[in-house]
Design a protein around this ligand. Structure first.
Ligand SMILES: *Cc1c(COP(=O)(O)O)cnc(C)c1O
Length: 357
């Protein structure tokens, strides 16, 4: 028998979530954010699932964009960090791939390059995140320089919110953005998942850019669960109990002996560890589903295994385990591990076999 760990990825759930996200933005188009190999779910798998309905895609690498073009996707594709070198820009122009322009370096590249076809750009403004983009007051100058190159097709403007999922919201950043963009009359894009679900239509834009919700993660798990939002999990990471230990009071479990049994317990060993992408920071008490019953992990996560509490459960060797996904929200596991569902999805290791359906 092969090692029992497996990730099931459901393209139909991804499609469902994409359509649901787009419904939240009437009148806008939705770029499916599929960077990082579609948050660990497989770029082509996810793109195929929405081939006939997708308004467009957003990702980072020109090679990923080319994979989509080579597979016949004709929708707009946006490089969220723009081009890193001249070659990227040549490819983008040749294959009608739009690029964010966020730096003077990129402006200079555009001014110097020799391209036959105009390239579509999204000028990225830094409205408060201090990560990428021009300060809003530079927009007129940047637009003038872009237009002067004679190499630009459609122009849009974008920004990214730092606190769309927090109490500060997006008001301050959006006001700064809007003040700069409104006079230009250009189309724009501002909404990530939390901004889309919380602030549309106060902040709108021709394009929205949902990411995590497409994969069934809540944009604000402490406030609203993915299920409450109508989202479906796309990735379900499953494994099995491969050993059961009868443990006495005072026995310690796992590396460092950090968990001490306070009563006689049955401890299940699950074939899943941090080398599979399970967060090592998930301490005792992280929720886990065994044989359909919710229980908790015990002690430290090992490279290939973790321990869980089977004491009050109908379960034994061979019992099915859901680490996250259907029946065990990734948001709950992420919360217990001090991280976000995004990181769990992206961390799924190469060695975990994937099945679709
Ligand atoms: C990743 C990313 C998104 C999507 O963010 P989510 O929080 O996953 O919805 C949107 N816009 C930009 C620029 C991004 O980098």
């Amino acid at each position: 028998m092969t090692r029992p760990i497996l990730a099931r990825i459901e393209p139909a759930a991804f499609r469902h979530n994409y359509l649901l996200a787009r419904e939240r933005a009437p009148g806008a188009k939705a770029l499916a954010v599929v960077k990082a190999n579609a948050y660990g779910h497989g770029l082509m798998r996810c793109a195929q699932a929405i081939r006939d309905v997708a308004d467009g895609f957003a990702l980072l690498e020109i090679s990923e964009a080319m994979q989509l073009r080579d597979s016949g996707f004709t929708q707009p594709i946006v490089l969220l960090e723009g081009f890193f070198a001249e070659d990227d820009l040549l490819m983008a122009s040749e294959h009608a791939i739009a690029a964010a322009v966020h730096s003077d370096e990129q402006l200079r590249m555009l001014e110097l390059i020799d391209i036959d076809r105009p390239v579509d750009v999204l000028v990225k403004l830094n409205t408060g995140m201090q990560r990428l983009g021009f300060l809003p007051e530079r927009l007129p100058q940047v637009l003038a320089r872009l237009r002067a190159t004679g190499k630009i097709g459609n122009i849009g403007v974008m920004t990214h919110f730092a606190t769309a999922d927090g109490p500060q919201g997006v008001t301050e950043q959006f006001e700064r953005f809007h003040a700069a963009v409104a006079p230009t009359g250009l189309p724009y894009s501002v909404c990530n998942s939390p901004a889309l679900f919380r602030f549309f239509p106060q902040v709108q834009g021709e394009w929205v850019r949902p990411g995590v919700v497409l994969y069934g993660g809540s944009h604000m798990p402490e406030q609203e669960s993915a299920e409450q939002l109508g989202l479906r999990p796309v990735m379900t990471l499953t494994s099995r109990v491969i050993e059961v230990q009868e443990v006495k009071v005072g026995d310690r479990v796992g590396y460092g002996g950090t968990f001490v049994a306070d009563r006689p317990m049955r401890v299940g060993t699950v074939a899943c560890g941090y080398a599979d992408g399970y967060p090592r920071h998930a301490g005792t008490g992280t929720p886990i589903l065994v044989n359909g019953q919710r229980t908790r992990t015990l002690g430290r996560v090992s490279m290939d295994m973790l321990a869980c509490d089977l004491t009050d459960l109908q379960a034994g060797i061979g019992s099915g385990v859901v680490l996250w996904g259907e029946g065990m929200p990734a948001d709950d596991v992420a919360g217990a591990a001090g991280t976000i569902s995004y990181e769990l999805f992206c961390a799924l290791a190469q060695r975990v076999p994937i099945v679709e359906g």
